[in-house]
Design a protein around this ligand. Structure first.
Ligand code: ATP
Ligand code: MG
Length: 397
């Protein structure tokens, strides 16, 4: 094990806690990813120091989640999360512990964590603490609940979605008892807030094996209890993998024949995401009748076109789709990318005609935009002026 784990500031935080007489270790996703040989980020630190004690060790801290034992330490301008070892007791609502107890034992802290691969701690000297067999499960590429899977999912139903999410992100198998426990407890996912589900789904979409995760959502029955999820998922699986979360939500929307606003409402998507889906729905409608046109390349962003084409191709595997580089080339070759690129504006029209402003200005600007986009006229002030007067004359005839 390398002693290079963590950023300089995070290592300093661990060292200062130790020098103050407490235990402090790295835990969670960063340790897991490091053991998998991946670049780790977000170096979470767990410590035997209680939150008040952590605050005494460091001059600059922010209370981010002090009720749950998390203090943000600002070390050399870097924010580092430090969480006190804790256990959680009696979950009556399938999502939040009724009580969080701070403890001094690392093993107890690791025991409340969701999966064995997420319950490995690493000390500053490079020693691994792995009481639940996480390293073995990493080797065998297994997602296994810590302790009794059914109890753990009963406590916090989100863990079931997390299991599926990790199966996508890591391309691991969900161990069979853990899988069965998800089947048993699937219905309780309805107690979990949609915000938490959405955050996991975003990670699921971007994983290396979302198709497998989508299949698992169906097979376990979890998808029956999600806010909106198609019962027939083959198309959604055929669209995978995805390079962005937007692509994942787009594929879900089109597979389930949902409207952008219904999907946005069900999963509390942002306004930006909703607008994206709305564009995908329009672009998809256009794509049903023909390959994208100049107007489509002009109106939609490349991301929207790519997300749309992905689904269209999955639906029409026998037809030749439009490759991304081709869509990119088409967009780059447009004479203008937006109205702002036009070499004339409304004021020019007023000056040329000596007329007063009115609805006609906007209407003519649209005609000019169309003419330039379709190369009926070059994007050049004098050429547009000439075209404009010509058109005016034609219309008078
Ligand atoms: P990522 O790389 O996506 O951040 P992660 O494993 O770090 O993955 P986080 O959501 O950041 O996931 O959580 C950090 C750690 O906290 C996890 O590794 C796990 O040990 C623990 N944890 C997070 N959520 C839960 C939960 N719902 N139940 C139990 N333990 C959890
Ligand atoms: Mg994390």
């Amino acid at each position: 094990m390398t002693s290079e784990f963590g950023t300089a500031s995070s290592r300093k935080v661990v060292r200062l806690l130790e020098e103050a007489g407490y235990e402090a270790v790295f835990v969670g996703g960063a340790v897991r990813d490091h053991l998998l040989g991946k670049e780790a980020s977000d170096f979470d630190i767990a410590t035997s120091a209680f939150p008040g004690e952590v605050k005494q060790v460091f001059p600059h801290t922010i209370d981010v989640g002090i009720a749950h034992g998390t203090v943000m330490v600002i070390m050399d301008d870097e924010p580092i999360e430090v969480t006190t070892y804790r256990t959680e007791s009696t979950y009556t609502d399938h999502r939040r512990p009724d009580e969080v107890n701070f403890v001094r034992s690392l093993k107890d802290d690791l025991q409340r964590r969701d999966f064995t691969i997420n319950a490995i701690a690493l000390t500053l000297t490079g020693e691994l603490i792995d009481p639940y067999g996480g390293i073995e499960d990493l080797k065998n590429r297994k997602i296994r609940a810590v302790g009794n899977a059914s109890d753990r999912f009963h406590e916090d139903a989100l863990r079931m979605i997390r299991a599926v999410r990790f199966s996508s992100v890591l391309a691991f198998e969900i161990e069979s008892k853990t899988f069965l426990a998800i089947e048993e407890n699937a219905e309780s996912i309805k107690h979990v807030s949609v915000e938490r589900i959405k955050a996991e789904m975003d990670k699921l979409w971007r994983g290396v094996n979302p198709a497998k995760a989508i299949a698992a959502l169906r097979e376990t029955g979890l998808s029956d209890h999600l806010p909106l999820f198609p019962s027939y998922v083959q198309l959604l699986m055929d669209c995978a993998p995805f390079t962005t979360t937007d692509q994942g939500w787009s594929a879900l929307m089109l597979t389930g024949h949902y409207s952008a606003s219904d999907l946005a409402k069900a999963y509390k998507l942002s306004n930006r995401e909703k607008a994206f889906l709305s564009d995908v729905l329009s672009a998809f409608g256009r794509r049903q009748t023909s390959p994208f046109t100049i107007d489509d390349y002009y109106r939609f962003t490349l991301e929207v076109l790519v997300a749309t084409e992905k689904v269209w191709q999955a639906m029409h595997p026998e037809e030749t789709g439009i490759p991304v580089h081709e869509m990119k080339r088409m967009q780059e070759s447009l004479p203008i990318r937006s109205k702002d690129d036009l070499k004339v504006n409304g004021k020019d029209l007023l000056a040329w005609t000596g007329q007063r402003g009115g609805r006609w200005v906007g209407e003519w600007m649209e005609r000019i935009e169309y003419a330039v986009l379709h190369r009926h006229c070059p994007n050049d002030l004098d050429k547009i002026k000439e075209w404009f007067f010509n058109e005016c004359k034609k219309r008078k005839r």
